[in-house]
Design a protein around this ligand. Structure first.
Ligand code: HEC
Length: 140
């Protein structure tokens, strides 16, 4: 009878140890997965990996600048899809997708015409109307 009690104790100890080991392994696995990947898989992949029309795949998103993805999430078309994410989580998913750090300060300014150069007279005919450069296609 004593052996039975001891054997039972050893059995339960073994089961407990195994459960503990399994939990430890799955925790270690979870710790190895970057948080951005967890977010992408749970929030974005439902569309971006499911062939939703126009939704760029993860590979296409990896070619996009981090700032562009961040802007899509904060002020662009993906804003409604990212409402459940904190700013930190948005940065994590951006950096995971692009493999680059998100740098928002010191961005190069947009190149655009300013002052008099920014004026455009819509009443004027276009200077270039086709392959010939002039209205008569004289190529001059
Ligand atoms: C409900 C489906 C859906 C979910 C969820 C979703 N997206 Fe999208 N995403 C789209 C679609 C559709 C487009 C294409 C939109 C378009 O072209 O107008 C798109 C476009 C984008 C673009 C390009 C935006 C642009 O300005 O061209 C980025 C970047 C992006 N998604 C990132 C994400 C990230 C990151 C997540 C997760 C946080 C996410 N999306 C979640 C459907 C989704």
């Amino acid at each position: 009878m004593k052996c039975f009690a001891n054997c039972l104790a050893v059995f339960f100890l073994a089961v407990w140890a195994q459960a503990f080991a399994v939990e430890a392994v799955s925790r270690a696995d979870l710790n190895d997965i970057p948080p951005g990947q967890v977010i992408y898989n749970s929030v974005c992949a439902t569309c971006h990996e499911a062939g939703v029309p126009r939704a760029p795949s993860q590979q296409m998103l990896s070619f996009v600048a981090p700032q562009a993805i961040y802007r899509a999430l904060t002020e662009g078309v993906m804003q409604p899809m990212a409402t459940s994410l904190s700013d930190e989580q948005k940065v994590a998913v951006v950096e995971y997708l692009t493999g680059k750090p998100l740098v928002l300060e010191g961005e190069p300014p947009l190149l655009r015409c300013e002052g008099e150069m920014a004026q455009f007279d819509y009443r004027q005919p276009p200077q270039s109307t086709g392959w010939g450069m002039t209205l008569g296609n004289t190529r001059e």
